[in-house]
Design a protein around this ligand. Structure first.
Ligand code: GLC
Length: 736
């Protein structure tokens, strides 16, 4: 396809038509010019391709992988890349050109109904896992759609609410999760969010779609809307949106044509949108492979392997797990028989093969079983509970499968509390009283309160483990492999502890992100608050020792990088994998910042007694914060600690680094205080030239008061010139 030649040959009407979908899942073809339609389908953890048979629509039988909440817990970009390749292969087999995902929105509140589909509360982890997913799918010649750009952090009023976010929080947290993935993996497409940001719909926000995404981050792919996210199609095209999905209607084509003819819409902007659509079609056509087979069996086994790495062992007191030898084991709970393995909404995969733990365990050992509760009930069933307690008490070990029913969390609505169904809580308490060797396995897409946690020695967070999750749980319970996941989100003790509990989900018009950058562990650490389980926490069936943290340099300047390495030794008796986290902690007085922030991580497999090295590269940007007076990244000079950690609350080793560079420029105005002015190198000489008394005025005196303090010897005009000269003294380039 010669994009420019086709573009030049298109009529205005044909161009207008190309800027919206043909229907819900296809781009518009231009037969006259040999431009085919291309199909897009959801994602992100399976292929949700819609087909129509006998007039009825349904989605194809596909393979359901673990949701992002779980795969993020693997802290393993290579694993996610592998999953992406499998997803890409299934898209090739089904002739789908773009898989809609990954979803990289930050988990601002545990209540967001769609958290299961998002990676983390931390932008470093979220962006790197999203980038891995993108790389994998696109390595198979299929596009992705990094979504939902940006600040779609709740489902309540998602199609109209305005996210009111400080510039610093937007840059450091909510945009950073996308920035890293865009720059590292170059998704073929982006999907803009439904909501507004500071009062402007994302679908018609030129600052977001052109200034930040294209000019600053260098993005050159296509931007599509979320489904139904366009408010004003002409305004959208003018603002950098290329493709409205799904089709909005003929009136939208007419509106584009009329706007160009009247001069209200620059035809160059329309051409840019059409160019992006044509380039996407060209990429899909050029990369399509005929004859690809969707091997569901092979992919099911891969889904089991991925699920094993995506679960987190939260407690294992007394080495209760793995269950060894010929112990009598009881499985309790409806989820053992019918696991909750995925989330609700557009990511919901139709699969014909779901492993239950109850079936899977039969290939390992005989177990007794009691239903304990019905998934559809919230309240306890006394009869089922009594039977479950009896079965549990007669065993050596009781495993209770619990979690959130799909009605509790989904795309389209948020939770209003963090509790499990009351019937499940009562059941767990009753079983814990009758059977001290109790393990709880959780199936949930987001954190839950655990009133029974102190009475349960074994706790495995299985999250939504995909169609093979039941088998993966059994693999971990019985030690086929050691669990190795770590939490990609904090589990708070209770909802009222959460950073935005007072401000979530806002009201009909707006939601104010009053907590700023203090999201997740950034908040709990700053508040020195106890949590149920900290970000980055996860146990294995062995133990690890960290030693010899080394840095390639003990200073860092703007644009610089340094390497950090640490030795890790498996000091236990079972092969396992360890996730080492690297945090940066400012260790000097200065701007109020989070106590520590994750800036790198590595995962290593070690045999008992084996020692290995984990290495990360840190950049000067990792030490920066976003300064709102500069509207840019600032490397604040001073000492920092690089921390090698097993979790955000288990810091094993630290090493100092000094950041060198200029002090924060003072943007001098008539309101700037004398103390800040005197902090500018060379300012004293300038002030003395104007009036030697100024340097001795009170430090908190705003500059405009100098007129009265010098009885107008120094006029306002002189002060304006003075401010200009002082600003000229400070030439400063923010970090990229
Ligand atoms: C939905 C979702 C988006 C999905 C799209 C197509 O509303 O927000 O993630 O890809 O529509 O189903």
């Amino acid at each position: 396809m010669d994009v420019e030649k086709i573009l030049a040959a298109m009529t205005l009407e044909e161009k207008a038509a190309l800027c919206q979908g043909l229907d819900a899942w296809h781009t518009v073809p231009v037969e006259r010019l040999g431009v085919p339609a291309v199909m897009v389908s959801d994602g992100p953890h399976g292929l949700r391709k819609e087909v129509e048979e006998d007039g009825k629509k349904h989605t194809i039988d596909a393979v359901c992988y673990p949701s992002a909440v779980g795969t993020a817990s693997s802290f393993d970009p290579a694993l996610l890349e592998e999953m992406g390749r499998l997803l890409g292969a299934s898209c090739q087999a089904e002739n789908v050109g773009v898989l809609l995902g990954p979803a990289a929105n930050i988990k601002r509140s545990p209540l967001c109904g769609r958290n299961f589909e998002y990676f983390s509360e931390d932008p470093c982890l979220s962006s790197r896992m999203a980038a891995a997913h993108i790389r994998g799918v696109q390595a198979e010649g299929v596009g992705t759609s990094l979504k939902h750009f940006a600040a779609n952090n709740q489902e309540t009023h998602r199609m109209s609410v305005s996210a009111e976010i400080s510039e610093q929080a937007l840059r450091e947290i909510y945009l950073a999760s996308f920035e890293g993935a865009v720059k590292a993996a170059k998704p073929w497409t982006m999907m803009c969010s439904y909501n507004k940001i500071m009062g402007v719909y994302s679908s018609e926000n030129p600052w977001l779609l052109n200034t930040v995404l294209r000019d600053e981050w260098g993005y050159d792919g296509l931007v599509m809307s979320d489904w139904g996210a366009v408010n004003d199609h002409v305004e959208s095209v003018a603002s950098g949106l290329d493709l409205e999905m799904p089709r909005g209607g003929d009136q939208e084509d007419r509106a584009i044509v009329e706007a160009v003819r009247s001069g209200a819409l620059d035809e160059g902007a329309l051409d840019e949108a059409v160019r992006h659509v044509l380039k996407l079609v060209e990429r899909c056509v050029e990369n399509h492979r005929e004859g690809e087979v969707f091997d569901r069996d092979m992919q099911h086994h891969q889904a089991r392997k991925i699920a094993r790495e995506s679960m987190v062992l939260l407690k294992n007191e007394g080495g209760l797990l793995p269950i060894r030898g010929n112990r009598k084991v009881a499985f309790i709970g409806d989820f053992a028989r019918k696991p909750r393995y995925q989330g609700g909404g557009s990511s919901h995969i139709n699969t014909s093969r779901v492993d239950s733990a109850l079936n899977a365990v039969r290939s390992v050992c005989a177990v007794t079983y009691a239903q304990g509760y019905r998934e559809e009930d919230d309240l306890p069933d006394e009869g089922l509970q009594a039977e479950a307690v009896r079965v549990a008490s007669e065993a050596d070990v009781a495993v209770v499968f619990a979690g959130l029913p799909e009605r509790y969390e989904s795309e389209g609505y948020d939770r209003t509390h963090m509790r499990l169904p009351e019937g499940q809580n009562r059941l767990i308490e009753a079983i814990a009283q009758a059977q001290p060797n109790v393990v709880v396995v959780l199936h949930n897409g987001s954190p839950v309160e655990m009133p029974w946690v102190d009475r349960v020695p074994g706790l495995l967070e299985a999250y939504l483990g995909g169609e093979a999750g039941g088998s993966a749980v059994v693999d971990l319970l019985f030690g086929a492999v050691s669990p190795c996941g770590k939490l990609a989100e904090t589990f708070p003790r209770k909802l009222s502890d959460t950073p935005c509990s007072l401000f979530f989900p806002g009201d009909r018009e707006s939601v104010v992100y009053s907590e700023g950058v203090y999201v997740g562990y950034r908040y709990y650490d700053k508040k020195e608050m106890e949590v149920l389980f900290p970000f980055g926490h996860g146990l294995t069936y062995t133990t690890f020792r960290y030693s010899d943290l080394r840095l390639s340099a003990d200073t860092i300047a703007a644009g610089g990088t340094l390497k950090a390495t640490v030795q890790v030794t498996n000091t236990g008796s079972m092969a396992a994998k360890e996730i080492v986290q690297f945090y940066i902690r400012p260790d000097h007085a200065g701007k109020s910042r989070p106590v520590r922030e994750l800036k790198g991580f590595g995962k290593i497999a070690l045999q008992p007694g084996e020692t290995g090295t984990v290495e990360v590269t840190l950049t000067s940007r990792d030490f920066c914060y976003w300064d709102e007076s500069l509207h840019g990244w600032f490397l604040e000079p001073g000492c920092y600690q690089v921390e090698a950690a097993a979790s955000s609350r288990d810091i094993r080793l630290t090493a100092p680094v000094t950041a060198v560079g200029q002090p924060l420029p003072v943007r001098v105005t008539l309101d700037t205080e004398m103390g800040d002015i005197l902090s500018i190198p060379g300012a004293r000489e300038v002030l003395d030239r104007v009036d030697p008394r100024m340097a001795h005025f009170p430090y908190d005196l705003p500059l405009h008061n100098v007129v009265s303090w010098t009885q107008a010897a120094v006029t306002r005009e002189k002060l304006v010139a003075l401010a200009e000269e002082l600003n000229g003294l400070q030439c400063f380039e923010p970090e990229a």
